[in-house]
Design a protein around this ligand. Structure first.
Ligand SMILES: [Zn+2]
Length: 422
């Protein structure tokens, strides 16, 4: 599997005592998955370090450099292999030869930014190349007798199913860490429940979370967190479950007990039967101010008193008067989205800061408070704080399971429930 392994094997005929010793050490390290870890997982050096025993770490430090060392490069946005080769002193002719001879040239046609590429070069000739294609595969190019060969190599993981039981004492983060969850898994957990739980407002001490997840092991060492399979959140008396389920062609998503997507979608419009009277336009002449002013939302002309609906599940972040916006509501949805509703004549009952609202729930009524020429709703949509055109933005996908998929899902989720309660 590993490159280091091959180097050591290729040197085995050298009957020098010292070489042999290093060779054995190299094989030992390879068996421990060290060389692989060095290549694969740079993101969590602390975790890798923690998962390795001290003698092994010392051995890896003492290891001599290979004859032709590896050069590692992280691919920048828009960077091509031609640019990388040129920076490494390899000629365009050489690049041409490599891509002509290998069986997987398409893998190098578009390099993914952030991924790692490693090469061994000798006298302006490529000896070996490894490109981390994705989490499960890498492209391996080798040179034998001046011709190049390529293969796609699978990373070998052993999935280990684990559970964690979190009792909230302080923050989700600290309590989760105490229960043995990695930072990545805690982030994943927060993301799964983001549409149902506001982690800054809703978390109480003694809330409980049971988590079923996968750890990916290599030669007995954990080096990667797998996905969360299921989680059950006991939040102030509410119980919310989430199960990972993969539908062929749709990818994996999290669903609640009834097979409804945890990730909620948005209604395209907050008003029924309304006409768009002013579109999203960053250089619009403001009808009241008579000046060029970005219009970062959509206006819907409607009669005074027309009900306005929350376009998705969420929490009221703001309710009140807001300058030119007049009576305004801002709703936070999940971890990344907010919607704003302005010029309201009045607010609906039960709408107050931090109240939870459902998709389609009436939150207020059309009016002309603030800077408005007539009754209309001004509606804004933000992703990560940035204004987007609500008529054009791609909403998060909330896939609904078919009856057949639902049956499969219910069997799978019942099994996950059992494991979760062990
Ligand atoms: Zn407007």
């Amino acid at each position: 599997m590993s490159v280091l392994h091959q180097q050591k094997v290729s040197k085995k005929r050298v009957s020098h005592k010292k070489e042999l010793k290093w060779g054995v050490l190299g094989l030992f390290l390879t068996a421990m998955g060290i060389s692989f870890l060095i290549f694969k997982d740079r993101q969590q050096p602390a975790e890798i370090a923690a998962s390795l025993s001290t003698p092994v770490m010392q051995a890896s430090i003492e290891m001599p450099p290979p004859e032709v060392p590896w050069t590692e490069h992280t691919i920048a946005k828009g960077e091509s292999l031609a640019v990388i080769f040129s920076n490494l002193g390899l000629s365009p002719a050489h690049l041409h030869q490599v891509t002509q001879e290998i069986t997987h040239p398409q893998e190098l046609a578009k390099l993914l930014p952030g991924k790692k590429l490693k090469v061994r070069i000798n006298q302006e000739q490529l000896l070996e190349l490894m490109y981390e294609k994705n989490e499960s595969e890498y492209l391996h190019i080798t040179q034998v007798d001046h011709t190049f060969q390529s293969s796609l190599v699978q990373y070998e993981y052993t999935p280990v199913i684990k559970t964690a039981h979190v009792v909230i004492e302080d923050s989700l983060f600290l309590s989760g860490r105490r229960a043995g969850l990695s930072q990545g898994l805690i982030m994943e957990l927060a993301e799964i429940f983001a549409w149902d739980i506001d982690f800054t407002l809703d978390i109480r001490s003694n809330d409980k979370i049971d988590v079923l997840f996968i750890e990916k092991h290599k030669d007995g060492i954990k080096f990667k967190d797998g996905p969360i399979l299921a989680a059950e959140f006991h939040n102030q008396g509410r119980v919310i479950q989430a199960y990972r389920h993969e539908v062929p062609g749709q990818g994996a998503q999290y669903y609640d007990k009834n097979g409804k997507s945890m990730r909620k979608s948005f209604l395209r419009s907050p008003i029924d039967f309304a006409r768009v009277s002013s579109n999203f336009n960053l250089r619009r002449k403001h009808p009241v101010l008579n000046k060029i002013r970005a219009h970062r939302g959509v206006d819907y002309a409607a009669n005074r008193g027309t009900p306005i609906k929350a376009t998705s599940h969420g929490t009221i972040e703001f309710k009140g008067q807001k300058g030119g916006y007049g009576n305004t509501i801002i709703i936070r949805h999940g971890s990344n989205y907010t919607t704003l509703y302005a010029h309201l004549s009045k607010f609906a009952k039960g709408i107050y800061k931090n109240a939870r609202v459902k998709q389609g729930q009436v939150i207020g009524y059309v009016g002309s408070t603030g800077l408005a020429t007539g009754p209309h709703l001004h509606y804004e949509f933000r992703i990560g704080g940035k204004h987007k055109n609500p008529l054009k933005v791609k909403f998060p996908e909330a896939y609904t399971l078919s009856q057949e998929e639902l049956t499969t899902f219910q069997q799978a989720s019942a099994q996950m429930d059992q494991k979760l309660r062990l």
